[in-house]
Design a binder for this molecule. Sequence first.
Ligand SMILES: [Zn+2]
Length: 298
Amino acid sequence: MTEHVGVDVGGTFIKAGRVDGAGRILDRVVVPTDVEGGVDAIESRIREVVSKLGHAGSCGVGVPGAVDHDRGVVRSSPNIPCWKDYPARERLAAALGCSVALDNDANCAALAEGWVGAARDVESFLLITLGTGVGGGVVLAGRLWRGESGRAGELGHVVVDPDGRPCGCGSRGCLETVASATGIARQAASAGLEGSVEDLARAARAGGSGEREIFDEAGRALGIAISDWLNILDVHTILIAGGVAGALDLLGPALEREVERRVYAFDSSHLALIPALLGEDAGIVGAARLCTDGDEEC
Ligand SMILES: [Zn+2]
């Protein structure tokens, strides 16, 4: 079976794996990203992991940030600031001596979940990652929808409160400001509550009304955003990934109330909210999948 290498470049670590044709990670390597070292240092780290894996075939690379998929260029990456209009595909292909496919990490996660994860039997779905920020991927009729300029799936920047808090993207009241781990922690701090999302979730389950209110608010925001996507795309399956996904039981009731209330002509019993399955491996598996993703054969 054909093997490919998937490289998941994060702001702190580069994780890479040799992935077989069934989506299994056969071997993996993790090294620090060395963002301070700049473009050349990151390239040599990527070369290091790929050579450690002993692979001479094609590589898929997932990156955090805005990617011009057609040109193979990273337009910007908040976690890797030196990758500004960085021609990643060309540079990495030269550094690695093999063909390279490139996409952002959320699209890679969606590809992975659709291939061997929670959506493997589903033709159309949205993946939403609730982590430090909120990212997403859109898969329609079995194909990743990248949009006309490669920026589709920015699900975290859907507005849920026009007068809400400013968002890092320049807008205001984006889903990310409320339903990310950062947003939840901020809401908690302003209510005088402390702890990680896990701590807050534990307290909410034990009956903490302040904590419960915060998850209700995040669930409500998610429900508003999901209702908009359902009205536009009529997909029934939403995968929830990232650190906040563990609190899906707390987000669910308010979320479902909003969907019930807002989606036109929709039987809300058809909505399937599913936790993603692959966790941290999704980045590696999805990056490897880029190498065989339809017209992207590399
Ligand atoms: Zn935003």
